[in-house]
Structures are given as structure tokens and as C-alpha cells.
Design a binder for this molecule. Structure first.
Ligand code: AMP
Ligand code: ZN
Ligand code: FE
Ligand code: FE
Length: 281
């Protein structure tokens, strides 16, 4: 059984519509796929409507969190999206993403890039707006060659000239909200390196005490030595070790199915969740 528990669609900052992501999942030989868009479940209906035969869909989301000024991502699975506490916070995050993207575009205008709000919203196409949409607009304007090159101090990387922060949840609160919605919470790519924060062992231990169900170990940005350390930590803390591709379509180069979770890990998450069930076409 091949299982990818981390993918994005155009409902947030992936480039492909949810139905296309599902087709690609099946074409990549997956049996189970989770759609985990940033701060939204808007892609779930379309994914379910057009689920290819033989593929099992796991409803998910990647929640924007912040701890001690660092960005942290929390994967959530099999929760009830109508749970009031979770729904209210997710809506608040999305609202502030719009405010923040407008502020970033204003700064980019002051810097003479010529990127407009109309272009950014067109690229977001009604989905949850994020820096990748701004990065794509910068690439389209010829300011950078590739969207990934916009994530620097010069432009919209953390602390960059046009970077603006936004509202995010404390991870402990995200875990509590997901659990109250019957879901399970998995800490996304805790050691992805590059310019992201390496979540220390003691922080992961504290989150385990807060009700974290698992940590994402197999992720394209996590190297083997780090995976080995995380595997030991997961065993010590009784956390489920998961994996996924973090596919964003053409934004980062298609990679769906490139990283997978073990069947036992997936089964443990399903067993612990009560807010929703996986759907098989
Ligand atoms: P935001 O949540 O709006 O601050 O945007 C952060 C998102 O940008 C991450 O979740 C990634 O999907 C994406 N991202 C971060 N760094 C890069 C990069 N170097 N190239 C492409 N996408 C990136
Ligand atoms: Zn993303
Ligand atoms: Fe992430
Ligand atoms: Fe992601």
C-alpha cells in the first residue's frame, strides 16, 4: 500500500486543481492520498467528486502555527471541519493572509517591481493566498527567474524587504482544536532545514504531552541523518512516524508519491481519529 499524507492543490498554493492532484496521485501508483492545503478544506469536495477508482482520500489540512517567532506547520487529518473552534481559527488565519499579502504587494510596489494585487489574486484563483502566489507574480514580472528565488532577504523571504508577518496559531492550541474536532495532529517537516526553523527535541516532547499524534519524518527537505534522529525521538515519545511528498504541482516540481508513509502509521492515525473517515472510490 502506497500512502502520501501531504499534498497541496490550487485551493491553497499548489498549482493544480484538486481533481488533477487526485489523478496524479493515482497515476503515481498511490493507494491513499491526503489533501493538506494550507488553512483550508475547500479542495476536499472537488477531490471527492473526482476521486479515481481504487484511490482512498484522507481529508486533511496544514495549519499555520508560530512558536517563539518561528513558523511551524501542523498537519491535521480526519477532523470535523465544521467544529466551531477550529473553523473560527482557520477563518481568522485566512483573513489575515489576505491583509498580509496586500501589505506585501504594497511594499513590492514601493520597491518598483510593478507587481499588482490583481495579478496576485488572479494567480491565487480564489484559493488561500500565500507567498508562492506573490513569488509567481514576481517571476512573471521578470523580477526573479524562478518563484523559489523570491524567498530571499531581497524580496519575500522571512525578514526580507517585502516580507510581512501574519496571524498564526500556537501549536499547542492547534493540537487542541484539531483534537476537539475529532482529528489527529502531526507536526509537519520539523527538520526541513534550509531557512526553516529546526524544531528542537524538547519542543517536540512538549507537543507530545499536548496531544500531538505524530511527526512527519519522510519529507523531501529532510535528510537521512535527521530522519534517523526523528525516528528515535518518535519511538521515545510514542509518536506515529509519517511521511508525504508536500507536492505543490509545478511550484516545486511534481513529486507526488515521492515520499510515503508506512501503512501501520496510516492505520494508527485512522484508529485514533473520530471526526471523519477516509473515503475510497
Ligand atoms: P506563506 O504561508 O504564505 O508564508 O508561504 C509559505 C509557503 O511558501 C510554504 O508553505 C511553501 O509552500 C512555500 N515556499 C517556501 N519557501 C519556498 C521556496 N524557496 N520555493 C517555493 N516555495 C516556497
Ligand atoms: Zn505550501
Ligand atoms: Fe509546510
Ligand atoms: Fe505543505
Amino acid at each position: 500500500m502506497r500512502i502520501d499524507l501531504h499534498t497541496h492543490s490550487s485551493a491553497s498554493d499548489g498549482t493544480d486543481p484538486p481533481a488533477a492532484v487526485m489523478r496524479q496521485a493515482r497515476a503515481a501508483g498511490l493507494d491513499v492520498v491526503a489533501l493538506t492545503d494550507h488553512d483550508t478544506v475547500d479542495g476536499h469536495d472537488e477531490a471527492l467528486r473526482e476521486l479515481p477508482p481504487g484511490l482512498t482520500f484522507v481529508p486533511g489540512m496544514e495549519l499555520s502555527c508560530r512558536l517563539d517567532g518561528h513558523s511551524v506547520h501542523m498537519l491535521a487529518y480526519l477532523f470535523d471541519p465544521a467544529s466551531p473552534g477550529l473553523a473560527a481559527q482557520v477563518q481568522r488565519i485566512r483573513h489575515d493572509r489576505v491583509r498580509r499579502a496586500e501589505d506585501m504587494v504594497a511594499r513590492l510596489a514601493e520597491l518598483g517591481t510593478g507587481v499588482t494585487w490583481e495579478e496576485v489574486t488572479a494567480l491565487a484563483g480564489g484559493g488561500v493566498v500565500g507567498r508562492p502566489h506573490i513569488a509567481r507574480a514576481l517571476a512573471a514580472a521578470g523580477v526573479v527567474d524562478e518563484p523559489s528565488e523570491a524567498f530571499t532577504k531581497e524580496w519575500i523571504g522571512m525578514g526580507g524587504r517585502a516580507y510581512v508577518g501574519r496571524y498564526a496559531l500556537p501549536p499547542a492550541e492547534a493540537i487542541a482544536l484539531v483534537r476537539a474536532a475529532g482529528g489527529v495532529a502531526v507536526l509537519a517537516h520539523p527538520r526541513a532545514g534550509r531557512d526553516s526553523w529546526l524544531v528542537p527535541d524538547d519542543v517536540i516532547a512538549t507537543l507530545a504531552g499536548d496531544g500531538l499524534a505524530g511527526i512527519e519524518i519522510r519529507h523531501p527537505d529532510q535528510e537521512d541523518p535527521e530522519r534517523a534522529r526523528l525516528q528515535d525521538l518518535a519511538a521515545q515519545l510514542g509518536l506515529v512516524a509519517t511521511g508525504g511528498s508536500d507536492d505543490h504541482g509545478t511550484l516545486t516540481g511534481h513529486r507526488i508519491g515521492g515520499e510515503t508513509a508506512a501503512p501501520e502509521a496510516y492505520e494508527q492515525l485512522v484508529e485514533r481519529a473520530s471526526g471523519a473517515v477516509p473515503v475510497r472510490a
